[in-house]
Design a protein around this ligand. Structure first.
Ligand code: IPE
Ligand code: IPE
Ligand code: MG
Length: 261
């Protein structure tokens, strides 16, 4: 096929899909479980790390389109508590990739005024990664309009337990009364405090599960599962997910206005 024509038809199809998007019904917060890097590599006879490298390029594409569409909050699952059970070499290569990504992107965060907000048990990261993550978080902490939260050594149940422990200490010291504990107060003890709950959660690779990602925060989130492996989830796939989101009716337990009771 003529490569120029291929490029043209790609452009047209991207434009076609984005014209289906209603600008006043965009999600404010998109959460993503980036899954399928290993299978993408295996399908090509490559090492798993090659899948993670390509996954990073997919991430850059997806963040770019979400930026263009002015989605202010994005939360990505980069490394779970359970991922520590992977082979040591894969963990080490993933940590190197994360370090390189942050070194490359920190200037862009500053230029675009994006707050880089890591969440998870960060002290479990190798010291050099922990140091860099904290530095980039610190130098961008004053930005409020756009936030990129990155879940690292993150587990949703661990997050809830950590919140509970801190509350229990305050109850013990007498500065918090059990009767004051309600949902808005509990939210303040979570690592995502202050962020609106995700409107849309995307999971790639055909797995229809949450894998311990933001269990508290996604109570009313719209879920989008796709068979596409993460390295192949790019601009067009992102637009498809957003168009699908816009077709949904978020009822929060209420009844539809148009349905007669
Ligand atoms: C997701 O891809 C990336 C991380 C969990 C770090 P996987 O590495 O889980 O890829 P699969 O699921 O084995 O294909
Ligand atoms: C979830 O993917 C974690 C990340 C994407 C970082 P996994 O590949 O670790 O999840 P499971 O094992 O399929 O549930
Ligand atoms: Mg996986």
């Amino acid at each position: 096929m003529d490569p120029i024509n291929t490029f043209d038809s790609f452009q047209i199809s991207v434009n076609d899909i984005s014209s289906q998007l209603a600008p006043d019904y965009m999600p404010r917060h998109v959460a993503i479980i980036m899954d399928g890097n290993g299978r993408w590599a295996a399908q090509r006879g490559l090492q798993r790390i090659a899948g993670h490298q390509e996954g990073l390029r997919a991430l850059q594409d997806v963040l770019e389109i979400l930026h263009e569409l002015n989605v202010p909050y994005v939360t990505i699952y980069a490394f779970s508590q359970e991922n520590w059970n992977r082979p040591k070499l894969e963990i080490q290569l993933l940590m190197n990739l994360l370090e390189r990504y942050l070194q490359e992107e920190r200037a862009l965060f500053l230029k675009r005024r994006v707050r880089f907000r890591p969440i998870g048990r960060l002290h479990q990261l190798p010291p050099s990664v922990h140091g860099l993550v904290s530095e980039v978080a610190e130098e961008t902490r004053h930005f409020t309009d756009r936030v990129l939260s990155v879940a690292l050594s993150y587990g949703g149940r661990a997050e809830i337990i950590d919140a509970m422990r801190r509350m229990a200490v305050e109850v013990e010291m007498g500065s918090l009364s059990p009767s004051d504990i309600d949902e808005p107060l509990f939210e303040q003890y979570l690592s995502t405090h202050g962020l609106p709950d995700p409107d849309l959660l995307i999971r790639t690779s055909g797995e229809n599960r949450i894998s311990n990602f933001l269990p508290w925060q996604i109570a009313y989130t719209e879920l989008y599962f796709t068979k596409t492996l993460w390295p192949e989830f790019r601009r067009t796939e992102t637009l498809h997910a957003l168009v699908d989101y816009q077709k949904r009716e978020r009822r929060y337990g209420r009844v539809t206005q148009t349905v007669s009771s």
